[in-house]
Ligand binder design. Structure first.
Ligand code: BES
Ligand code: ZN
Ligand code: ZN
Length: 484
C-alpha cells in the first residue's frame, strides 16, 4: 500500500472514500448523500463501528463510499477508534478499491493529531496479511497496488504525527511477522540473524551470545530448557543508548521460545500446534526496539531475549530434576512445560547484573491461565512498583491496548518455594501470578513489571486492526513507555 497525507480529494480519480461521522447531525460537504433517508430508514445513524456502503458517480468516476459511524462525539476512545477505522478500511479494500481516501474534514468530524495517528496506524495494521507461503496470493498481492490518502485540511501540520504512527504500525507488523513465521523458519539461530538485520536497518546495537558464552555465563536454567533441541540457543542482546548523559537504562526481557512442545511433560497436539507463538514476548521487545531506534528516542533501552526451543530428546531435562541458575538459586522442576520462566530468570539476572538496567519489564506468553484472567481482551500484569506500573498502564492506553494488574498477596509468595530446592517452577494457582513471582525473584529489587501475553498474542479473527495470527501486542506500548 502507498499511504500518504493529502489536502485534496476532488479531481483525483479516486474510486473509494471512507467517511467517518459522529452520531449527530449527519452532513458531508461536496457530496450529495441522502442522510435524511438513511436516518429515517435506520440504514445509517453513525452508531459506533457501524458502516454503510453506497456507490456514486463523482467527477465521472464510479466511487465506492463507506460511511463509518464513530458514535457520540467524545465517547470513542483510541481503542475503538482504531478498531472502527481498521474495519472501515478493510471494507473499502474488499470493494476492490485501487485509489482510496479517508476524509476527516467535510463531515462532522474535524481532524486532529489523534485522528491522523489512528488513521495511519489502522490502515497499515489492518492491511496486513500473513501469506508468505501462499504462492498464488503472493502473485495477486504484488499486482494490486493500493494507493490510499488521508485527506486533511493542512497536511503539513501532521507530518510528524504521520511519521511516528507509520514507525509504530510498521514495528507492530515486524512483531506479527516474527510470530507468524513457523518454527521451522524462525528458530533461535534464525531469530538472532533477523534481529541483527533489524538492528542494522533501524539503528540499534545487537550482540549475539552463542552456546559457549551462554555456558560461560552459567545460565543453567536457560540451558536446561534448550538442551533437547538440535538447534543451539542464542542470547540476543539489543542496546539503544539514545541518552548517553543519563545513568538510567530501561530493561526489556522477552520470552523467546521459538517452539514449545512442552518437553517431557509433552503438550497435547491441539495446544502444541500454535506454539510457534511462544516467542511473542521477544517479538514485542524486538518490534519496540525497532520503533524506539527508528524514532531516535532520547532514552537508553536494553532488551534481552534468551532464545531456544523446548523439545524432547535423550538430553531433555526431566520432571523431578533440580537445576541451578545464573542467579545462583536452585530450582525444582515439577513440569518441563513451565519452561518460559526458566529461560526468563537467566535473561533477567543477566540484564540486571551485566547490563545494569535501572528498571525492568519482562513480557512473555507465560501461562495458559492468563486466558482465564482476562481472555484476549487484555494482557495480564503484576508489578512491585506502583509508579512504574502506572507508566506501563498509560503506555498501553495510549496505544489502544489493555492491561490488567493482578495482586501480589503474601500467600502467593510462599507457593514458589520448594522443600528440596530454593524454588519450584510449578507453584500452582493462581498460575499467572505465581509464574510472574518466580521471575520476580531475579529482578534485584529493581522497579519491575511482568506482563503475560498468552491471551493477547494471537487473534483467531480478522477484526479491527487485527489480522488472523500474531497481534504484535505490546510493541506500541513498549515504545510509549520508553518515550515517557
Ligand atoms: N507457552 C506456554 C503458555 C501458553 C499457553 C502460551 C497458551 C500461549 C497460549 C507455557 O510455556 C506453558 O506451557 N505453561 C504451562 C505452565 C504449567 C505447566 C505450570 C501452562 O500454562 O499450562
Ligand atoms: Zn511450556
Ligand atoms: Zn512456553
Amino acid at each position: 500500500m502507498n499511504l500518504s497525507l493529502a489536502s485534496e480529494w476532488k479531481k483525483k480519480e479516486l474510486d473509494g472514500l471512507l467517511i467517518p461521522l459522529y452520531e449527530e447531525e449527519l452532513v458531508f460537504n461536496g457530496l450529495e448523500i441522502p442522510f435524511e433517508q438513511l436516518l429515517e430508514t435506520k440504514r445509517f445513524e453513525g452508531k459506533v463501528g457501524s458502516q454503510y456502503i453506497l456507490t456514486k458517480m463523482v467527477d465521472g468516476i464510479f466511487v465506492n463510499i463507506v460511511l463509518l459511524g464513530l458514535g457520540k462525539r467524545g465517547d470513542i476512545g483510541y481503542r475503538k477508534l482504531l478498531h472502527a477505522l481498521g474495519d472501515g478500511f478493510r471494507t473499502l479494500k474488499k470493494q476492490k478499491v485501487k485509489k482510496g481516501a479517508l476524509l476527516f474534514d467535510g463531515g462532522n468530524v474535524a481532524t486532529n493529531d489523534t485522528y491522523v495517528k489512528a488513521a495511519v496506524e489502522a490502515t497499515i495494521m489492518s492491511d496486513y496479511l500473513f501469506d508468505d507461503f501462499k504462492s498464488k496470493e503472493k502473485e495477486e498481492k504484488e499486482s494490486e497496488e493500493l494507493t490510499f490518502a488521508i485527506v486533511v485540511e493542512e497536511p503539513d501540520r501532521y507530518t510528524h504525527v504521520f511519521e511516528e504512527a507509520e514507525i509504530l504500525a510498521t514495528a507492530n507488523l515486524v512483531a506479527r511477522d516474527l510470530v507468524n513465521q513457523p518454527a521451522n523458519v524462525i528458530n533461535s539461530v534464525t531469530l538472532a540473524q533477523r534481529v541483527e538485520e533489524l538492528g542494522e536497518e533501524n539503528g540499534f546495537e545487537v550482540e549475539i551470545k552463542e552456546l559457549e558464552e551462554i555456558q560461560a555465563l552459567q545460565m543453567e536454567a536457560f540451558l536446561s530448557v534448550a538442551r533437547a533441541s538440535d538447534i543451539e540457543p542464542r542470547l540476543i542482546v539489543m542496546r539503544y543508548m539514545g541518552d548517553p548523559d543519563s545513568e538510567e537504562i530501561l530493561g526489556y526481557v522477552g520470552k523467546g521460545l521459538t517452539y514449545d512442545a512442552g518437553g517431557l511433560s509433552i503438550k497435547a497436539t491441539a495446544s502444541m500446534v500454535t506454539m510457534k507463538d511462544d516467542m511473542g514476548g521477544s517479538a514485542a521487545v524486538i518490534g519496540a526496539m525497532c520503533a524506539i531506534a527508528e524514532a531516535k528516542l532520547i532514552r537508553n533501552v536494553v532488551a534481552v531475549v534468551a532464545a531456544c526451543e523446548n523439545m524432547i530428546s535423550g538430553s531433555s531435562y526431566r520432571p523431578g530434576d533440580i537445576i541451578g541458575s545464573m542467579g545462583g538459586k536452585s530450582i525444582y522442576i515439577g513440569n518441563t512445560d513451565a519452561e518460559g520462566r526458566l529461560t526468563l530468570i537467566d535473561a533477567m539476572h543477566y540484564i540486571v547484573t551485566e547490563e545494569k538496567v535501572t528498571k525492568v519489564l519482562d513480557i512473555a506468553t507465560l501461562t495458559g491461565a492468563a486466558l482465564h484472567c482476562t481472555g484476549s481482551a487484555a494482557s495480564v500484569a503484576i508489578g512491585t512498583d506502583d509508579q512504574f506500573f502506572d507508566d506501563v498502564n498509560e503506555a498501553f492506553t495510549l496505544s489502544g491496548e489493555q492491561i490488567w494488574r493482578m495482586p501480589i498477596f503474601d500467600e502467593y509468595k510462599e507457593l514458589i518455594k520448594h522443600e528440596e530446592a530454593d524454588l519450584t517452577n510449578t507453584a500452582g494457582k493462581p498460575g499467572t501470578i505465581t509464574a510472574g513471582l518466580f521471575i520476580g525473584e531475579f529482578t534485584g529489587n529493581l522497579p519491575w513489571v511482568h506482563i503475560d501475553i498468552a491471551g493477547t498474542i494471537w487473534s483467531t479473527k480478522e477484526e479491527g486492526i487485527l489480522s488472523k495470527g500474531g497481534t504484535g501486542v505490546a510493541v506500541r506500548p513498549l515504545y510509549y513507555l520508553a518515550k515517557a
